[in-house]
Design a protein around this ligand. Structure first.
Ligand code: ZN
Length: 191
């Protein structure tokens, strides 16, 4: 009886070790699940080599920074990004990376490809167009960590702004120091 209990305990602790090491190796990022049922197309085996950075805020009344109101706004348009980063740096996942999210719209990449949604991961920063609402330090820190994590898992050719792929139509991400951000993700890559 005692032996059996001991064996069971050993088995349970072994499971715990396996489980915790698995979680650790997957990612050190804390991602909050906010999976949506619109704004994406379930996809098998797509090739991801682009990351697109956006800005968004709730323009429908109430708290302009509230992530649930931002998601509600997406639902009205049938669009979504894969991730949204809140003002506190919290990272929310709306769509699985393997699925195509409707975030880029009519746009084109520097190499001429136009079906941008099919090969990209979209990340939205909650900011308004007001320069006083520029991305917070915590948002940039989370964005950097998330992009680095994506770069470690896929061979990423481009990290671009929405305004880079849809000039004249899109101006986001707003009030972001893009050159500094690019330097940060490139610096860390060579570490
Ligand atoms: Zn955008």
């Amino acid at each position: 009886m005692l032996w059996k209990t001991h064996n069971k305990l050993l088995f349970v602790s072994l499971l715990f070790v396996i489980n915790s090491s698995f979680t650790w190796s997957q990612s050190e990022l804390k991602i909050i699940d906010k999976r949506v049922n619109f704004g994406f197309r379930p996809t098998q085996n797509r090739n991801i080599d682009v990351v697109i950075i956006h800005s968004v805020y709730n323009a429908s009344g109430g708290d302009k920074y509230n992530v649930d109101l931002v998601i509600n706004q997406f639902s009205h348009y049938g669009v979504s990004s894969h991730y949204v980063i809140g003002r506190s740096g919290a990272i929310y996942q709306l769509v699985k990376e393997k699925d195509v999210a409707f975030q880029a719209g009519k746009s084109s990449l520097p190499d001429g490809r136009t079906n941008v949604n099919s090969c990209s991961i979209g990340i939205e920063l909650i900011t308004t167009k007001d320069s006083l609402d520029a991305p917070t330090k915590l948002q940039i820190k989370s964005l950097t960590a998330l992009v680095k994590d994506i770069q470690s898992r896929y061979k990423i050719k481009y990290v671009l702004r929405h305004s880079d792929i849809a000039p004249g139509r899109k101006t986001d991400p707003w009030n972001m120091n893009w050159e500094d951000f690019l330097k940060t993700i490139e610096d860390k890559k060579s570490e």
